[in-house]
Design a protein around this ligand. Structure first.
Ligand code: SAM
Length: 236
């Protein structure tokens, strides 16, 4: 992985990943934000542990994981919309603006939850397909004319190379599956709306490593969050 960093983030030093990861360039934030969000360590949080496991290899995602995650978010669905705020939305909007995935086109929003970010995405793209594992979450989506699909993002019911942009907000990275549905010149936007304090979290460097060298990315902070946006580029 090649990291050009303005915020002191460094390459892992792992020679293997140094050769296979996406290039990643730091963009200075447009307004003052903390360089790293502080709070209790989430290292042992079950969702954080699962994020790391799936980020390493999505083959490690099991039916039991899906059941556990679905139950967890079914229970949270009635109050999930209360978490929406301008501070949390800022990183998605900044990622769409400065990550430059291009306006219009078809976006796939994986793990949309109760649709807290679906409207902002719909304002940016021609068509948005929003998927989630939790029926209760989807029941709470209040965005007009939304295209909602109940499915597990580890096996998307979506054609190969059919999506311009995959948007992953506070959601697990199923790297091969997202690459499969993405067009050859498409983008993947990965957002953690509470930055390091987001339970389902991977660092931009981990995302870069997982996506591989056919991608090139930029990353930054905005509001309470941290985002990275990767463009699929020719590896030839
Ligand atoms: C932390 S919530 C984030 C929701 C929304 N993106 C947001 O930021 O408000 C994670 C969401 O991803 C969904 N999810 C988790 N694993 C999933 C999977 N394998 N396939 C589809 N959705 C999944 C959960 O049901 C939940 O709604």
């Amino acid at each position: 992985m090649h990291v050009s960093s303005g915020e002191g983030l460094e390459d892992s030093g792992d020679q293997t990943s140094a050769n296979v990861g996406a290039q990643l360039r730091w963009l200075e934030p447009l307004s003052t934000v903390p360089s790293e969000t502080s709070g209790p360590s989430l290292r042992e949080h079950p969702m954080r542990v699962l994020s790391a496991r799936v980020g390493r290899s999505e083959k490690l995602w099991s039916i039991r994981d899906a059941q556990r995650v679905r139950e967890n978010f079914d229970a949270l669905a009635p109050v999930w919309a209360e978490r929406a705020s301008a501070e949390r939305e800022a990183s998605l909007v900044d990622g769409l603006t400065r990550g430059r995935p291009g306006r219009g086109g078809t976006a796939l929003e994986v793990g949309c939850g109760s649709g807290n970010h679906t409207q902002a995405l719909s304002d940016y793209c021609n068509e948005v397909v929003s998927v989630d594992l939790s029926l209760e979450m989807l029941r709470h989506v209040a965005v007009e004319r939304s295209n909602l699909v109940l499915c597990d993002a580890s096996a998307l019911p979506i054609r190969d190379s059919s999506v311009d942009l995959v948007v992953v907000v506070n959601m697990f990275l199923f790297s091969s599956e997202y690459r499969r549905v993405l067009r050859s010149d498409g983008y993947i936007l990965f957002v953690s709306s509470l930055a390091e304090q987001t339970p389902i979290y991977l660092s931009p460097q981990d995302v870069a490593r997982s996506l591989g060298s056919e991608f090139s990315g930029v990353y930054s902070r905005a509001g309470s969050g941290l985002w990275s946006c990767f463009h699929r580029v020719d590896s030839d």
